[in-house]
Design a protein around this ligand. Structure first.
Ligand SMILES: [Zn+2]
Length: 473
């Protein structure tokens, strides 16, 4: 078995791209390839002892890739420089150099050596020319495509120095292979399109089936338009809601999603707008638990996406914060309702929010009295009267707001109910109301659980409404 260690550049996205690039090279030789996180670096294990075959696969890969400068149509390469980049047949002796590179000795297990950003290459391969250097262009270096951390070090707003951080050409080509074969590259935006690059940085071990899955999914998913403008951190929702198989196939593999956005720079190249990284667990778990959750996210996307609702969903899943969960329920209904039609949450999605996100006990979620009061609130929500439910959501423990709002709600419900004209507003019994007040007064925790359950259930389809809707249609 061959073990290759990524160079330890300190840039997580670059390390992951090199690891994926090495895996792609390994897959040309054998089916048994795995990537494992190794203290900020990665070990790539390739199930062969044939070092020659690995070096040959690398050489073939790069020669194939560099038949033209087309592959330099990537972030970090300005359009005016694209043509002077090395290809296999010109600018220097690349072909000869490629024959002499030995991946096993370049990617051995050396310790973490401190790097001098000014004079050293980030990967410590000092003997190898930098990426992009050729007869026609004297300097070369780390590209934005290889790492979004590339660029000149800045001190506050002024440039301290104008050198480029550098990377050797072997690491550069391997990172570009990793980017081309494993990064999801999508388009987001309504008028001004942005290119979104998502790379899954392994947090533990990726076996060969997971590696092959990412490689094939990437081919299907990439270049697709996902949604109108949404905040960068929430774009994984769009990716996973459009292609839920990602969440099923990678369910046992935890990764950190490194997401970056590039826009055209107006001169034929790209500009880095921003980047972010976050755990993929909350996204994957939400999407794969119920098909209704996929439908929920899908409703929020589109030409004019429901930006605030998606942000609230992101916050509640990442932080398990009940106040964001009830805010999400409110925004979801508001932003997905059209005309006279008021849209509510699917019961299974609401149940997921209550149970998995807010961790509210089953006996409160299923409590008959709480569900009866939620029906009263829902009656007003369906008339787009959000005053009562908002007051309950914002009520504070020991403030009386909660009791007073419920008293007002019940009075108005009684006035509106008119059995003579067959107008019924669901109203809980006095005993049920006493029961709710008694749970809510037990402790601050119970109070928050009751008010959160009420404010989410008020925005959730309930069997009775469904039946009524079906009778109408
Ligand atoms: Zn290197």
């Amino acid at each position: 078995m061959i073990r290759l260690y990524t160079p330890g550049t300190g840039f997580p996205d670059l390390e992951a791209k090199i690891a994926y690039g090495l895996a792609a090279i390994g897959l040309e030789v054998t089916d048994e390839v795995e990537i494992e996180e190794y203290g900020g670096r990665f070990i790539v294990r390739i199930g062969t002892d044939n070092t020659k075959a690995i070096n040959k696969a690398f050489e073939m890969f790069v020669r194939r890739m560099l038949t033209s400068t087309h592959m330099f149509f990537i972030p970090g390469v300005q359009a005016k420089y694209r043509d002077v980049y090395t290809t296999a047949d010109r600018h220097g002796k690349l072909k000869e150099r490629l024959l002499n590179y030995d991946l096993l000795s370049l990617y051995d297990n050396r310790g973490n050596i401190p790097v001098n950003f000014r004079s050293d290459k980030l990967c410590h391969h000092e003997e190898i020319p930098p990426l992009g250097k050729s007869d026609a262009r004297k300097t070369g270096g780390l590209l934005l495509a290889a790492s979004t951390h590339a660029g000149k070090p800045y001190k506050k707003d002024s440039v301290v120095t104008n050198f480029n951080t550098t990377l050797c050409e072997v690491c550069g080509y391997i990172a570009i292979i990793g980017l081309a074969k494993f990064a999801f590259q999508n388009i987001v935006g309504e008028k001004a399109y942005r290119n979104i690059v998502t790379i899954a940085i392994p947090s533990e071990k990726l076996d060969s089936s997971a590696i092959k899955f990412i490689m094939s999914a990437q081919r299907i998913v990439s270049k697709k338009w996902l949604t109108g403008d949404i905040s960068l951190r929430t774009t994984p929702f769009a990716l996973m809601a459009k292609f839920p198989s990602i969440c099923y196939s990678l369910k046992d593999v935890n990764t950190t999603l490194h997401v970056s956005a590039f826009s055209p720079d107006g001169r034929g190249g790209f500009r880095l707008d921003e980047f972010t990284s976050q755990s993929d667990i909350p996204f994957k778990k939400f999407i794969r638990t119920h098909p209704e959750n996929v439908a929920t996210v899908d409703k929020l996307l589109g030409r004019q996406p429901a930006v605030s609702a998606i942000d609230a969903l992101y916050e509640c899943l990442q932080s398990n914060d009940w106040s964001y969960a009830s805010l999400f329920a409110r925004l979801y209904s508001k932003e997905t309702s059209k005309g006279n039609y008021v849209n509510l949450l699917y019961p299974k999605t609401a149940n997921y929010l209550l149970k998995e996100v807010c961790m509210i006990p089953e006996e409160i979620i299923k409590d008959e009295a709480i569900n009866a009061l939620a029906s009263t609130l829902r009656h007003f929500v369906l008339e787009r009267n959000y005053g009562y439910v908002d007051s309950i959501r914002n009520a504070r423990y020991e403030s009386k707001d909660f009791e007073e709002t419920i008293a007002k709600l019940l009075r108005e419900a009684q006035i509106r109910s008119d059995p003579e004209h067959k107008k019924y507003v669901p109203i809980p019994s006095d005993e049920q109301i006493r029961h709710i007040f008694s749970i809510a007064s037990e402790s601050e925790e119970k109070f928050n659980q009751v008010k959160t359950a009420l404010s989410i259930l008020a925005f959730t389809w309930h069997r009775s409404e469904k039946v009524n809707k079906e009778e109408v249609s």
